[in-house]
Every structure is written in structure tokens, then in C-alpha cells.
Design a protein around this ligand. Structure first.
Ligand code: ZN
Length: 132
């Protein structure tokens, strides 16, 4: 049972019309839905700068640099018919060059990882700061 908002008589929960004053009873669940939607819309905040998108780009660059680094270190062929990561005739020189490449790419990957984490931290700080 619920109370009619117009005449205060008790009427059936499912009825959309009061049998005492003949007024139309507004649907309670629709009002609740509208209120719930309004709350989620007002609490949802998106920063002006796309920190999330930038952090994903940084993550992709980080993974890319790790893969290139491993390619330089793990893949090596120095034959007359197949050359992979070979620059000069001597194997030892090529290993030294590739290990330097590996170090450089892993360092770049670390820099991008820091940028990625930084973007996410800024995003969450921004969201927290703008939450009411
Ligand atoms: Zn009524």
C-alpha cells in the first residue's frame, strides 16, 4: 500500500490512479531512475586533458621499446646470406653494439613507463580533486 500524494488515502501499490480522488499517481520507480541517473551524471568527472589516452600511448611506446630492446639482444645472425643486427664482421663487436642498443631501448622504455604512471597519477588526482 502507498499513500496518494493528493488526498492522503491509502491505495494499492500497483495502481496508477487514485480510486478516491481520481488523480493520476506519478510512477515512483521512474522518479527514482531519474534521480539515480542525475547522481551518476553529476559525480562523473572527466579532466579537460586526455590523461588516460596519453598514458595508454606511453604504455604502448614502453612495450614497443622493450620489444625492440629484446630484438637487439636476442636476435643475431651474421651469415653471408642472412644478416640480423650485424653491423661489422666481428661477432664480439656486434654483441657489444647490440647490448648498447638494448640498454638504450630499455632506458627509453623505463622513461615511457614513468610517463605512463605519471599520467595516470595526474588523472586520478584530478578526478579526486574535482569530486564534490
Ligand atoms: Zn487520492
Amino acid at each position: 500500500m502507498k499513500e496518494c500524494p493528493y488526498c492522503a488515502e491509502l491505495i494499492d501499490d500497483l495502481s496508477d490512479k487514485c480510486q478516491y480522488c481520481n488523480n493520476i499517481i506519478p510512477k515512483k520507480e521512474k522518479v527514482e531512475d531519474f534521480e539515480a541517473k542525475n547522481i551518476t551524471e553529476s559525480e562523473f568527472y572527466e579532466p579537460d586533458f586526455p590523461w588516460n589516452a596519453v598514458s595508454i600511448i606511453m604504455l604502448v611506446l614502453c612495450v614497443l621499446n622493450i620489444l625492440i630492446g629484446f630484438y637487439k639482444i636476442m636476435i643475431y645472425e651474421n651469415y653471408s646470406w642472412s644478416q640480423k643486427n650485424a653491423y661489422v664482421g666481428g661477432d664480439a663487436f656486434n654483441y657489444i653494439i647490440n647490448s648498447n642498443y638494448g640498454c638504450a631501448y630499455f632506458t627509453l622504455a623505463a622513461v615511457f613507463a614513468i610517463f605512463c604512471i605519471g599520467c595516470r597519477v595526474i588523472y586520478y588526482l584530478d578526478v579526486i580533486a574535482n569530486k564534490k
